[in-house]
Design a protein around this ligand. Sequence first.
Ligand SMILES: CCCCCCCCCCCCC[C@@H](O)CC(=O)SCCNC(=O)CCNC(=O)[C@H](O)C(C)(C)COP(=O)(O)OP(=O)(O)OC[C@H]1O[C@@H](n2cnc3c(N)ncnc32)[C@H](O)[C@@H]1OP(=O)(O)O
Length: 231
Amino acid sequence: IPRHVGGDEAGGGAWTTLHRALSALLTCLWLVLAITMVRFYMEKGTHKGLYKSIQKTLKFFQTFALLEIVHCLIGIVPTSVIVTGVQVSSRIFMVWLVTHSIKPIQNEESVVLFLVAWTVTEITRYSFYTFSLLDHLPYFIKWARYNFFIILYPIGVVGELLTIYAALPYVKKTGMFSIRLPNKYNVSFDYYYFLLITMASYIPLFPQLYFHMLRQRRKVLHGEVIVEKDD
Ligand SMILES: CCCCCCCCCCCCC[C@@H](O)CC(=O)SCCNC(=O)CCNC(=O)[C@H](O)C(C)(C)COP(=O)(O)OP(=O)(O)OC[C@H]1O[C@@H](n2cnc3c(N)ncnc32)[C@H](O)[C@@H]1OP(=O)(O)O
């Protein structure tokens, strides 16, 4: 049980139970999403329409993940708020402001790339949390949690970047989410350039997440003592 949950102290028991239940529930929900995706592909033989068929569930899960930032802020989990904030906000951005809002890109292969990477990651991650909280963590789950990301993170990032890239012509043509001058507030905003800046921000930000996970890997799988500098 993470130190901050405070398993046996008064009040801590309720938190612990709630946290276990939540992790277990999220493992099951992501599993259901994975099964739905596999079934869709087996029945239809194409990825076209896949996003549409799972979009409601995906939007709910990723929006719900905002709670993870709250958990870090209030100290229920011993994780960096900054790392979690970047991770969760980038996914929410992808789900709501890119894939949900720009319908013509929903059937891109790149969407499948990040969907698969996110789903496998979340099943592994939440089952790791669930079994850790139950104090019965099978080695395979621990191994998977701290090895799968090595390949899944780059796959997810490539999927996300290619999806944003595919959205650029549509955003430029329609001027969506953009504010043009002149207007009474005298402000302008160009979503096309915002997307370009977001893509560029992966260059400094993604390595932070990746190296964070590599440090976690060394700590958990190889028992190295690592002092985190952030927060
Ligand atoms: C609006 C503009 C937006 C701008 C966007 C800018 C973009 C920036 C680039 C971003 C790139 C992101 C790309 C990404 O979306 C692609 C993918 O995700 S692809 C799939 C692969 N991804 C992954 O593998 C990463 C998955 N994410 C995570 O693992 C976490 O989000 C992360 C915060 C990155 C790391 O998690 P954490 O630090 O918590 O590591 P641990 O799992 O080792 O946990 C540490 C300890 O905390 C305990 N813990 C944490 N959470 C829980 C929980 N919910 N329940 C129970 N316990 C929890 C855990 O047990 C550990 O405890 P202890 O140390 O005591 O063992």
